[in-house]
Design a protein around this ligand. Sequence first.
Ligand SMILES: [Zn+2]
Length: 224
Amino acid sequence: MARLCLILFGSPGSGKGTQAKLLKESLGIAHISTGDMLRERVASGDEIGRSVASLMQAGELVPDETVNRLVEERIEQPDCANGFILDGYPRTVQQAKLLAELLVLRPIRTIVVHLVVDYNVIIERISGRRQCPACGSLFGIRSNAPRTPGVCDNDGMKLVVRDDDREEVVRERLRAYEQQTAPVLAFFKKSGVPSWNVTAAGIAPQVIAQEIEALVRKERGEAA
Ligand SMILES: [Zn+2]
C-alpha cells in the first residue's frame, strides 16, 4: 500500500499538536514537526545543522530548498515506512510546490486535513487565560479555573494576562495564519490532492481524531 502523507493545517489554538499526537498513534505513522526537525538538525551539529543555526541566530528564515531537503531525508527514516504527518510544513506555496515535486516521485498518498475552528472561540479561550507571575501556572475561565477568581491556587498571587494572550495579539496571529495558509490550501485543492475541512472547536480531541482517521482510511481504500 502507498505510504500516507497527512498534511495537517490548523490555526493557533486549533489543537493541531494534540491531533498530530493522537493520529500518530492511531494510524501508526511518524509525526514530523518542522520546528522539531530543524532543532534536532541544529543539535546534530552537522554541516546543514550549522548553516541552519547561523540563519536562525541571525533571525533569518531557513530557505525553502533547505527545509525541503531536510523533509526529503526525514521521510526516508524507518519510522516513516507506513507514512507521516507533516505539521508546520509547507507554510508557503513555494514550499508546497517543492513538496509536491518530491512526493510525486514516490508511491505516497497525500491527504490534506484542515482543522477548522471558530476564531471567536479561540480568542475567548486564549484571551481568558491568566498566569501566575510567581510560579508560572496557567489558569482558564471555564476549564482549569482558579478556585478564587484572579488568584493563584498555589501561592495566592494575583494572576495576570500574558502578552501573547492579549486579545489583539491573538487576533493578529490568527489573521497572519489565515493570510499565509489560504493560498497553500488552495494550491493543494487545485492540484487535486484530497483536502478535508474538519470542524475542531468544542469537540473532544479523541472524537476529532477518530473522524480524521476514518477519512484517511476511506481515502486509502480501507474499510472503516
Ligand atoms: Zn502561583
